[in-house]
Design a protein around this ligand. Structure first.
Ligand SMILES: [Zn+2]
Length: 318
């Protein structure tokens, strides 16, 4: 559970978790005007450690939280900020209970089942403990834009969804030239997306670039500049084009994922999560709405299958 505190500008910090796959997200702190934290972590032990990390620089616990979106790895620690104002997009709050801590805990405890997919997830989740989590959704809801003034520091919350989820919000500090991107930006790790379209996700990254930040704190992976946003755009464009070709050829999502040559992106962590991005491309190609539910069980099963195949190249299934 190693976490790194990085000072990005005066009174602006990030708490970074090295990317180890599922759930190792990043967070931010604006240490002014009572304090504002961008995203909590996936479980209570990790969020306690996050709070200890920030406590090295803050005088008192932050009075405001922003949730960039509803995925648990960005908000399941909210309850450890009792009394804080929780800010998020209306669609983030609306989606809050869609993922359940009890279900994740059951997955985590699934080792020994004999089912290879469940074994994979039990192993991936072994470092997390989802017990005791009470969901605390945002109660201060925003639409397109919310501007705060923290003791003279401008903090702009901008809605950029539906890109990675329907309720994606980024946090921009214009004077400090910092953007907290949430999961609109995955850096050097394979993105998973939920509700949204390729066009909106690429557009959201354009919006980040247009803000001309010096530092971007991605939802997952190391700090970067606008080059990180550009590279993620290139990835999305490439995967979308390849998926279109495979769709036209009648390939299943899993078969397309097997055939897709990841090229320069092959070194990103958990490349098998490409299954999600191909499914999203297929969803659009089938003419379905951006929020048509994904069959998460099937997709994770295919992610696990692909992961096993990639780890056993000599017995590759193609
Ligand atoms: Zn995330």
């Amino acid at each position: 559970m190693d976490m790194e505190l990085r000072e990005l500008a005066g009174d602006v910090y990030a708490c970074l978790q090295p990317d180890r796959g599922l759930g190792t997200s990043n967070s931010g702190l604006v240490n002014r005007g009572g304090g504002l934290v961008v995203d909590t972590f996936w479980d209570l032990p990790h969020t306690r450690r996050q709070i200890e990390t920030y406590a090295r620089v803050w005088k008192a616990p932050a009075q405001r939280l922003v949730n960039t979106h509803h995925n648990g790895d960005h908000c399941w620690g909210n309850q450890l900020f009792p009394g804080a104002e929780i800010i998020g997009h209306r669609l983030c709050a609306a989606a809050f209970g869609r993922e359940r801590p009890e279900a994740m805990q059951a997955l985590r405890d699934g080792a020994g089942s004999g089912d290879p997919t469940l074994e994979t997830f039990a192993r991936l989740l072994a470092g997390w403990d989802f017990s005791g989590i009470e969901l605390r959704p945002p109660t201060t809801l925003m639409e397109d834009r919310l501007e705060l003034d923290l003791d003279g520091m401008a903090v702009h919350l901008l809605y950029v969804g539906p890109a990675h989820t329907a309720g994606d919000v980024i946090v921009h500090l214009p004077s400090e030239r910092v953007v907290f991107a949430g999961d609109v930006l995955f850096r050097l790790c394979t993105p998973i997306g939920w509700e949204g379209t390729y066009a909106r996700w690429i557009g959201a990254l354009d919006e980040i670039v247009a803000l001309e930040p010096d530092v971007i704190v991605p939802g997952h992976g190391p700090l970067c500049g606008i080059d990180g946003a550009r590279e993620m755009q290139a990835y999305l464009r490439y995967v979308q084009a390849e998926a279109k070709r495979f769709f036209a050829g009648g390939l299943s999502v899993l078969e397309a994922a097997r055939r897709l040559d990841l090229g320069p992106y092959a070194g990103w962590t958990q490349p098998e999560r490409i299954v999600f991005q191909i499914e999203r491309a297929y969803r659009e190609l089938r003419g379905e709405p951006f929020d048509a539910p994904l069959d998460v069980t099937r997709l994770f099963r295919e992610v696990a299958t692909l992961g096993r195949e990639r780890n056993r190249p000599a017995q590759g299934a193609s």
